[in-house]
Design a binder for this molecule. Structure first.
Ligand code: NAP
Length: 282
């Protein structure tokens, strides 16, 4: 039997709908900082500006030239940190090559109260305390959880395998599952016999960036499969999961595109609303 398709477009539209009223009341403002012209970034930023517009949220795109010095970017971050009208901002990654080694320094400069990407050590660290402290979680893991919640997929007590252990996706996602009482296995490039871990998963999440990494044989019949990977190929965007084969084994599966991508952007919008809420409380 073919799996249920977990549409990120549908779930994101519901999440954005819920935010509209709050946006009207709180009037938050998002700023997206871009350095250079990475084509993938262009399309992600377009989507962020579009979603902001749809929910009536003020959004500004600050675009610095590719050759900008680190000092110029740091000065802009400082300006945004101290502008009380800016509720949240992100620095779109990747940065151009000459700045890529400075990403930790750039993230460290962002005021955690405005860190709507959830990338600062403060916001990541808070997540380890409990679910209640996931105030500004990274947008992609938060999008995965929101998608499962939208489709009423239980997490507590489930065996969850997360493939990929990056600081921005795999690790925080594993933490969010643990905060919801799942039994979590996190896999990465050094994992021995990856299939032995994916095959036991009730919920399998994959965030690697290698199309076709997960085949039907690696999936437990009836599992829920969440494909976070996005790779640009000549045939379009590809996830990490062999979608056509795995959908015949899984009970539910996310497509690429139209799965976690829209949920990531919707979660970013939600973080910006939360940031403004918290700033008003303070
Ligand atoms: P990343 O930093 O490159 O992390 C990839 C992870 O996969 C690393 O932990 C890596 O381990 C692990 N890995 C590599 N090859 C593996 C293998 N053969 N078996 C098991 N694990 C392996 O990437 P990321 O930022 O987490 O992103 C992962 C994917 O998600 C990418 O395709 C990215 O485009 C996509 N993504 C999608 C969204 C969205 O909105 N849908 C958002 C963010 C990211 P090592 O570190 O040990 O090499």
């Amino acid at each position: 039997m073919s799996a249920r398709i977990l549409s990120g477009k549908e779930a994101a539209s519901a999440l954005l709908g819920e935010l509209t009223l709050k946006v009207k009341t709180l009037d938050p403002k998002l700023v997206v900082v871009q350095v250079g012209d990475n084509p993938a970034s262009e399309s992600y930023i377009k989507q962020k500006m579009k979603n902001s517009q749809e929910i009536g949220m003020r959004a500004e795109h600050r675009h610095l030239p590719k050759e900008s010095e680190l000092s110029v970017l740091m000065a802009l971050i400082e300006e945004l940190n101290s502008d009380a009208d800016v509720s949240g901002f992100i620095v779109q990654l990747p940065l151009p090559d000459h700045l890529s080694a400075h990403v930790p320094q750039v993230i460290r400069a962002i005021d955690p109260k405005k860190d709507v990407d959830g990338f600062t050590a403060y916001n990541l660290g808070k997540m380890f305390l409990s679910k209640e402290f996931e105030h500004l979680p990274p947008a992609t893991p938060a999008g995965v959880i929101a998608l499962l919640e939208y489709y009423d997929i239980p997490i507590r007590g489930q065996n969850v395998t997360v493939v990929g252990h990056s600081n921005l996706v795999g690790k925080p996602l594993s933490t969010m599952f643990l905060n919801r009482d799942a039994t979590v296995t996190t896999c990465h490039i050094h994992t021995k016999d990856l299939a032995s871990h994916t095959k036991t998963a009730d919920i399998l999440c994959v965030a690697v960036g290698k199309p076709g990494l997960i085949t039907a044989k690696m999936v437990k019949p009836g599992a829920v499969v969440v494909d976070i990977g996005i790779t640009r190929t000549d045939e379009g965007l590809k996830g990490d999961v062999d979608f056509d084969a795995v959908k015949e084994v899984a009970s539910a599966i996310t497509p690429v595109p139209g799965g976690i991508g829209p949920m990531t952007v919707a979660s970013l919008m939600r973080n910006c609303v939360r940031a403004k809420e918290r700033q008003l409380e303070l």
